[in-house]
Design a protein around this ligand. Sequence first.
Ligand SMILES: [Zn+2]
Length: 228
Amino acid sequence: MGNYDAFKKQVVDTAQDLTRKGYLMATGGNLSVRIPGQNAFAITPSDYDYFKMTPDDVCVLDFDLKRLEGRLKPSVESAMHAAVYQVRADVNAIVHTHQVYASALTLIQAPIPALFDEQTRFLGRSVEIIPYVPSGTGLLKNTVAKHIRNHNNAFMMQNHGALVFGTDMERAAHNVEILEKCSLAYLLAICSERKVSKVPLAVREIAFAKLRKDQERVAKNALEASGE
Ligand SMILES: [Zn+2]
């Protein structure tokens, strides 16, 4: 058993679960989990069938993208994942998908306002659109790093897909499901061409404050674990 085995297994189990549920398709998307206290993360390999994937196929990289473990080529979005972990101490897991309904909203550039209690509690005040930048470029990494400072946990990448965070892997996977439910409901509501109602502002702020409290607790624990 290696030091990173539990993290690598978590990546594979979650990837396969999200594929079974239809949020990940073919080899699209990627996901990672932070290795606590080590400035490192375990991430899916590039262009690799999720159902063929085993923990040995998962790559472990440090934040400079130096390989600590794994023989396959890591995801082309590894730099984006490293940037998220560096900007957001509260984020311990990242899932990037090409899920259909959230992707559809990016095509019409429709950010999702606060529509449901559960959404504001776990995804944040709104789901914003990160402007289009080609995949796997330094520009994407920088653009993402700039947009995620608002403490929200879900974003939509224009003409591309979704980017979802969690305080742990299970939370990140649940957030992917919440985002897709909100995206579908919002698309249907928009199609009716009637006014879309939102949750009251005060309710949104109370839910967001709870989310911030979770994030602050996790970030503080992370700082203590790294001895800073
Ligand atoms: Zn992608």
